[in-house]
Ligand binder design. Structure first.
Ligand SMILES: Nc1ncnc2c1ncn2[C@@H]1O[C@H](COP(=O)(O)OP(=O)(O)OP(=O)(O)O)[C@@H](O)[C@H]1O
Length: 308
């Protein structure tokens, strides 16, 4: 669906995007992750044909992004990181305005708007003024706006930023539904853990360069020491630590009086071996699981250039 080849963008002497190359397959949800200022927005604007690259090329569904912006705007639904809403428009008028700007005939617009409001769970707000909506609702309305012309590719710049946890989950569920409807999605965030559950693929960018790119599993396994097992016990924590480090040869650390963290890069059989040892040694276990925090560790490692 998308091919990016050696894409660069300079602002004056400053190189914001530095020879970026990656592909996104049809039907994928591609998470574009990087710290603030990494070049995500710049890249996304180029792909949405809103900014010209300094060099390099990109194709969406075979169309060159710089050469055919009209066609690209039909193919792409772009949601910017900051968007204004008109305070004197109602929700349905707002979507009608955007549908009209895509030259969708008036007789088709009503059905499109109803379908989108249903998808975004905003039917009850059809008559409300856009300005009166909550931030989560505005975000969903903006997502609806990107969909009026039924684009094949969605480019969403931090769609969950500034949302509370419930609203984030709602956005995530909508994106899953859009994937099931056959859309390809590129979504940016500076929080890796926000994307791993949703995305099929990840691209991690820092200072304009791609530092890691691939399926979520590939990225997770690429950074060896970033993975960990967290072990929670009711007691005998020092005994457990000695057993893991001296008998099994690991370098676990004690996080507190009940919790151990064990850097780990093994498979499930090896996890089972450690667990069995602990149980047989009579360690009163409460939980034994791969650590969620390792996602952030991977991100921190990758964006420090530790893993290339
Ligand atoms: N119009 C511009 N003129 C000059 N520099 C710019 C311009 N737009 C972006 N930059 C710079 O380019 C770099 C990349 O910015 P960009 O907005 O693409 O990053 P980002 O990864 O989207 O960051 P964030 O997560 O903060 O939105 C930053 O250092 C930014 O200051």
């Amino acid at each position: 669906m998308l091919q990016v080849e050696e894409l660069s963008k300079s602002y004056g002497k400053f190189l914001a995007v530095d020879r970026l190359s990656f592909n996104v397959e049809e039907g994928a949800i591609f998470g574009f992750v990087g710290p603030n200022g990494a070049g995500k927005t710049t890249t996304m604007k180029i792909l949405a044909s809103l900014l010209r690259p300094s060099s390099g090329k990109a194709w969406i569904a075979g169309e060159n992004v710089s050469q055919n912006p009209r066609r690209i705007r039909q193919l792409v639904g772009y949601m910017p990181d900051f968007f204004g809403v008109y305070d004197d428009l109602k929700v349905d008028e707002y979507l009608d305005f955007y549908s009209a700007s895509y030259r969708i005939p008036a007789r088709q617009r009503e059905k499109i708007i109803s379908d989108l409001l249903e998808l975004m769970d905003l039917e009850h707000k059809r008559e409300a003024y856009v300005d009166s909506l909550s931030r989560g609702m505005k975000q969903r309305l903006c997502l609806a706006r990107c969909l009026v012309h039924d684009p094949a590719l969605l480019i969403l710049d931090e769609p969950a930023s500034g949302l509370d946890p419930r609203a984030r989950v709602e956005v995530r569920e909508i994106l899953k539904e859009l994937k099931n409807m056959g859309k390809t999605i590129i979504i940016s965030s500076h929080i890796l853990s926000e994307l791993t559950e949703l995305c099929t693929h990840l691209g991690i960018i820092e200072a304009g360069k791609m530092v890691a790119c691939g399926s979520v599993d590939e990225i997770m396994h690429r950074s060896q020491s970033a993975q960990a097992i967290e072990i929670r016990v009711l007691g005998k924590i020092d005994e457990a630590l000695l057993l893991i480090n001296n008998e099994l040869g690991y370098s676990a650390i004690k996080l507190d009086e009940q919790m151990l963290e064990l850097p780990f890069n093994g498979d499930e059989e090896e996890m089972n071996r450690i667990l069995t040892h602990l149980v047989q040694a009579g360690i009163p276990l409460v939980s034994f699981a791969e650590s969620q925090s390792n996602l952030e560790n991977i991100f921190m490692q990758l964006t420090k250039g530790v893993v290339q």
